[in-house]
Write a protein that binds this ligand. Structure first.
Ligand code: ADP
Ligand code: MG
Length: 396
């Protein structure tokens, strides 16, 4: 069954369109510090405004755990989105009840509002109670645009489409189309690059992609866990104790390419040095040292794979790139992936920190798909059905 794109919906004029976006952006000193996710939904909202619809945006922010926590209000997000859209986006300090109803009823064609943080409701997570029904009563049709929440079975994601005609937004559509290219007939060689800190989220996707990929290059925290499991001395490196056995098992796979050297040092940046990895386990880190990046020989090795690739997917930083000099590996991989994507490969990059790294080196536009989903992208690539996407299917 097909998913309908909002671009195919006719006569949107005057309709109240409930749009579930992912405006869960980070804040620093009371300001939005990264507006990637806001910018990603601008095309869908602009499209609806041009069609003269009445746009009601819905999002969560942080983890207020079902309580009204003022610091998680979407008020400042509405202001930032106003600037990005070039059009007033009014913040409504409610998502249900008379206040929400009144605000929505008073809207004019082409107007845009942002309701309050939907996670203030204890019924949002896991789609409990009557919340979905009450949200649905505010609109005529529903659009899911936030790909990054498509893997959550929440009221505003899977609940509303039970009551309203449902469509994929332009962002969601773009993400599904791009990622589908990776899961069906990817051009070969197909190179997967995995790094980052959250090992448990990466292993399922690694397993699913191993059959399709030509090679899987591994950097980041996973490497320390693997090396420790093999008996190397890894000092105070980032370790996922629960994944040691799994890591050792992966070590045997012929498609997995592990680093041949690493950069170790103190986490605040001092005393960085390169350590070559020998076949026989040995001490890599001295007391107080940790493995914090891939080394130069590894980078050359990884580059040789990336430069031949026709399809590339990258998720997870190669090292602790927030602190110099441990940013070298991640930034170099960002440039390599972008360069190849600009050329003959179809390149996809996803995950909060990974996208940040790509932006830091200014190569975002060279990548074919910059996915706004971290967890959602991994689950999609891992072959799981995402509840938010399935909910759109059912309605057709
Ligand atoms: P993403 O958000 O891109 O999916 P993760 O959230 O899994 O990636 O992990 C990103 C984080 O992993 C980065 O903030 C980076 O600092 C950290 N990281 C990667 N490698 C290491 C390492 N060797 N030691 C410590 N932190 C690391
Ligand atoms: Mg992350």
């Amino acid at each position: 069954m097909m998913i309908r794109s909002i671009a195919s919906a006719k006569n949107l004029r005057g309709l109240r369109v409930l749009v579930r976006v992912d405006f869960n952006v980070p804040f620093k000193n009371g300001r939005v510090s990264d507006d990637t996710r806001l910018r990603a939904s601008v095309p869908t909202v602009k499209y609806l405004v041009r069609q003269d619809a009445r746009v009601i945006l819905l999002s969560h922010l942080g983890r207020p755990d079902g309580k009204r926590v003022p610091k998680f209000s979407l008020r400042l997000v509405a202001d930032r989105f106003t600037a990005l859209l070039g059009r007033r986006v009014k913040h409504i300090p409610a998502y249900e009840g008379p206040a929400a109803k009144r605000a929505v009823m008073g809207m004019k064609n082409g107007e845009v509002v942002l309701l309050e943080n939907i996670r203030f409701s204890p019924q949002e997570s896991g789609n409990k109670g009557e919340l979905a029904k009450s949200l649905a009563s505010l609109g005529d049709i529903f659009v899911l645009d936030g790909f990054a929440v498509a893997h959550r079975a929440d009221a505003s994601v899977v609940g509303i489409p039970k009551y309203l005609p449902a469509y994929a937004g332009l962002l969601l559509k773009k993400e599904i189309d791009g990622l589908t290219k990776l899961t069906t007939r990817p051009g070969k060689p197909f190179v997967v690059i995995l790094g980052g800190a959250k090992m448990e989220t990466k292993v399922p996707v690694l397993k699913a992609l191993l059959t399709k990929a030509t090679a899987v290059l591994i950097g980041g925290g996973i490497v320390s866990t693997y090396l420790k499991a093999k008996g190397y001395g890894v000092g105070s490196s980032l370790i996922d104790e629960g994944a040691m056995k799994q890591a050792r098992g992966l070590g045997k796979h012929r498609k997995i390419i592990w680093p041949v050297d690493v950069v170790v040092g103190k986490t605040y940046g001092a005393g960085a040095r390169r350590v070559l990895l020998l076949k026989k386990p040995h001490t890599i880190c001295k007391k107080g040292e940790a493995i914090l990046d891939i080394g130069p020989a590894t980078l050359r090795l990884f580059a040789s794979y990336i430069k031949r690739a026709k399809t590339i997917v990258w998720n997870g930083a190669m090292g602790y790139f927030e602190v110099t000099p441990y940013d070298v590996g991640t930034k170099a991989v960002a440039r390599l992936v972008a360069g190849q994507s600009k050329g003959k490969a179809f390149g996809v990059v996803g995950g909060g920190e990974t996208v940040q790294a790509v932006e830091m080196v200014g190569v975002r536009d060279d990548v074919d798909l910059v996915s706004t989903g971290g967890g959602a992208m991994l689950e999609f690539l891992g072959g799981k059905k995402l509840p938010g996407i399935e909910a759109l299917r059912r309605k057709n």
